[in-house]
Design a protein around this ligand. Structure first.
Ligand code: XIL
Length: 354
């Protein structure tokens, strides 16, 4: 009898614990409830990059997106190779699914990305013909994609990562074939299709490289002079706990001077543990990270309201981050832990707003 009671008690306990962490309920005990979520306390949208498979299959992922974010960016589903895997053959299913999810839940969707020289379908890289036809491939991709999402996706990263850290243009396949002015033409092609969409230039490392951020500011100035449309700059900010306050302030400060909208577009603060496959970050790392998150949100709040397009983190929880792979889990870069519980960084930002 005694053994049976113990067995039942253990079974019930396991069931309860298992249920709590089965991924279908969010544990907000540590900080907040959906009503008092961080997004409702900010003066700008809070975004997350979205992986299509998680969105389709993981309920807690969907719920966290709905409760905690009011802007999303497709992590990969709107890239060239995803949308046009073969020449003139477009695949819209995944991107449409994300857009529909966003629209249904009153979440803004930011388009990413029309042209990223690094991400190309194989058929493009094999192209050996003349540059006029290659330019036409790019133009037609930009315009077909913008047309498809017209009225639903109201902002786009038009061009991504064309500068090197030394401030010079990267010597890419595209630059070699089309020459430096093709970058401005991408923006003109985009504007011609959708006059209402906001057009962004997006790049990483602007907090680390002074030369790069100045090159971007100079490009904006030259666009303005030449009448080339551009509405905003994306600072990706795939950054690290060690990043200095001065660097963050400098990047946001210099780019804010352009007068354009700023989007902190792919934020993560990498905090790597020396051990792999542990699911709890070390406390001191968590404190340092919380401070940096708070600092970035605070600094962003100092730019004029009309320039605050929003802050987007590069996915939702540490478990979803591109910094971790299935078999190797050692980085904790985001605002939610692997069970979608808000982390110290989340609470630090909330506190910083008081
Ligand atoms: C990354 C995705 O997170 C990965 O899943 C993918 O394998 C490669 O691309 N800069 C960008 C993003 O603009 O599109 C990149 O996203 C990260 C760097």
């Amino acid at each position: 009898m005694y053994k049976i009671i113990v067995f039942i008690a253990i079974t019930v306990l396991f069931h309860y614990v298992g249920h709590k962490s089965d991924g279908n309920s969010i544990n907000y005990e540590r900080s907040t409830s959906p009503d008092s979520a961080l997004k409702n306390r900010l003066s700008f949208p809070l975004g997350a990059a979205v992986k299509i498979r998680h969105l389709r299959e993981n309920t807690v992922y969907r719920n966290t997106l709905k409760n905690e974010f009011n802007s999303i960016t497709a992590e990969n589903s709107m890239k060239f190779e995803a949308l046009q895997p073969n020449r003139n053959v477009y695949r819209w299913t995944n991107a449409d699914y994300i857009v529909e999810f966003a629209n249904k839940n009153n979440i803004r969707i930011h388009g990413h990305v029309l042209h990223w020289p690094k991400a190309n379908p194989k058929w493009v890289l094999k192209y050996k013909g003349d540059s006029a036809i290659l330019e036409n491939i790019l133009k037609s991709h930009i315009q077909t994609v913008m047309n498809h999402f017209k009225g639903k996706v109201r902002s786009w990263d038009v061009v991504n990562e064309v500068f090197d850290d030394d401030g010079k243009l990267k010597q890419t396949f595209w630059l070699k074939k089309l020459g430096p002015d093709y970058i401005g033409r991408c923006f003109q092609y985009a504007r011609a299709v959708d006059s209402k969409a906001l057009l962004f230039y997006n790049d990483y490392g602007q907090e680390y490289s002074m030369k790069k951020r100045h090159a971007i500011a100079n490009m904006v100035a030259s666009f303005k002079k030449r009448g080339i449309p551009i509405d905003g700059i994306g600072l990706q900010m795939h950054t690290r706990v060690g990043v200095s306050e001065a660097k963050i302030r400098a990047a946001i400060g210099v780019l804010a001077k352009t007068g354009l909208k700023l989007h902190i577009s792919e934020l993560e603060i990498s905090a790597r543990s020396k051990k792999t496959n542990i699911f709890k970050m070390e406390d001191d790392l968590e404190h340092q990270q919380a401070e940096k998150y708070n600092l970035i949100f605070k600094t962003y709040n100092t730019i004029p309201a009309k320039q605050r397009f929003g802050i987007t983190t590069w996915n939702v929880s540490d478990a979803d981050s591109w910094k971790n792979t299935k078999n190797k889990y050692f980085d904790f870069p985001l605002l939610f832990d692997h069970e979608y519980r808000p982390k110290e960084a989340y609470r630090a930002i909330l506190k910083g707003l008081e």
